[in-house]
Design a protein. Structure first.
Length: 385
């Protein structure tokens, strides 16, 4: 599946741009929540439900796209995902009611989910010789997008309306689509040999795929909750101005970028499973510090270190899976993302309920508990394999 080196570089850049936009998609609700609480008078449970709609859309497209990528290739599906992503951001800009906002979040999940599953599976195929490292590099651009959008919104809120900012964001989301349209993609891996349902079912019945999926169930929920509640926690519990809270959120995502930049170096010295164990345990500790010591300086340090620790988990797990199922990476990634997205739906919903009962700090506490589960599951996988 590996194309000529010159084309591989161009395809890699296009994939990076798609992951950049997916980073925007995942971080934008967390960046918008302080404004939405004020402008639309959202309840905490409604805010948590927006993440259910976002991940619900991603769940639908991920369930369908994995085998399709393996059979038909990546170009058309990635192009459609990019266009839908931009259209949904435009819809959010013009949404006047909660149902309209929730529907646009669902569409954003469809577009972003296609970009996420497609670019991850494609990069794993482009770099079979170093999949975990390549996926960490791809993840850096997720971090760039997630870091960019809080700064972008926070910097322009005093100059432009939220609607105008979102329209500009939608125009950025079109860039990957332009690149996908103009580049030549290799055919699907199963295009010549044929793709059978029995192949996919054989993979999906694997106990290893199930365990990795459950791990990513918690990891996806953890990342969503960390992103969703951090700015609101800083705004409501610590009393930081909204723009400052968004800059703290950007620092969190900046540390994710740094962590994923360094991870390929660390992977030369340790296995993916060991790095995931260390990262999950440390992330649980720093999120607990963030909740227990609500001080501006302590919160900044804890948020940055938590982001750094969170960063390598997702790409390392995907790299581990891709190395063990090289011929059906799209199908395996589709299965893993499907289970992960259920966690991305349910855990933020649970956190929203707990926030309504116990305060905004419960959202981050839910993420800390989730990282303990990631540590436990990775230890179990390491022992069994």
């Amino acid at each position: 599946m590996t194309p000529p080196v010159s084309n591989r570089a161009a395809l890699t850049r296009a994939s990076y741009s798609g992951m950049f936009v997916f980073g925007i998609d995942l971080a934008i609700l967390g960046a918008l929540l302080p404004s939405l609480f004020r402008e639309m008078h959202l309840e905490p449970s409604q805010a948590g439900s927006l993440f259910v709609f976002l991940n619900g859309g991603a769940l639908v497209v991920t369930m369908l796209s994995g085998p399709a990528f393996d059979r038909f290739g990546f170009k058309v599906l990635l192009l459609l995902a990019s266009l839908l992503d931009a259209a949904s951001l435009l819809g959010i800009a013009y949404a006047q009611t909660y149902p309209a906002l929730a529907f646009c979040c669902f569409l954003l999940g469809l577009g972003g989910g296609g970009l996420n599953s497609g670019t991850n599976a494609f990069i794993a195929d482009l770099y079979p010789e170093a999949q975990a490292a390549a996926l960490n590099r791809l993840g850096v651009f997720f971090g760039f997008g997630a870091c960019f959008i809080p700064i972008f919104i926070g910097s322009l809120l005093s100059l432009l309306s939220l609607k105008t900012i979102l329209i500009l964001t939608a125009s950025i989301a079109l860039v990957p689509g332009v690149l996908f349209l103009t580049l030549h993609f290799p055919p699907g891996k199963q295009a010549a040999t044929g793709f059978t349902v029995s192949q996919a079912l054989g993979v999906l019945k694997s106990p290893l795929v199930l365990l990795l999926g459950i791990l990513l169930f918690f990891q996806s929920g953890n990342e969503m909750n960390s992103n969703a509640w951090l700015a609101a926690f800083l705004d409501r519990e610590i009393g930081l101005p909204p723009a400052t809270s968004l800059y703290y959120l950007s620092a969190f995502w900046g540390s994710v970028i740094l962590g994923r930049t360094i991870s390929p170096i660390l992977l030369r010295r340790m296995r993916e499973t060991t790095l995931v164990q260390i990262s999950a345990g440390a992330a649980a500790i720093w999120l607990s510090v963030l909740v227990l010591f609500p001080d501006p300086l302590v919160s900044f340090i804890a948020a940055v270190l938590a982001g750094f620790c969170i960063s390598p988990i997702y790409p390392c797990v995907l790299g581990y899976a891709a190395a063990r199922f090289p011929g059906l990476s799209g199908t395996v990634f589709g299965a893993l993302f499907t289970i992960a997205l259920v966690g991305g739906m349910l855990l933020p919903w649970l956190a929203g309920f707990l926030v309504g009962q116990h305060g905004i700090q419960a959202g981050l506490a839910t993420a800390a508990a989730g990282f303990v589960m990631v540590l436990f599951l990775q230890t179990l996988i390491k022992q069994r394999n």
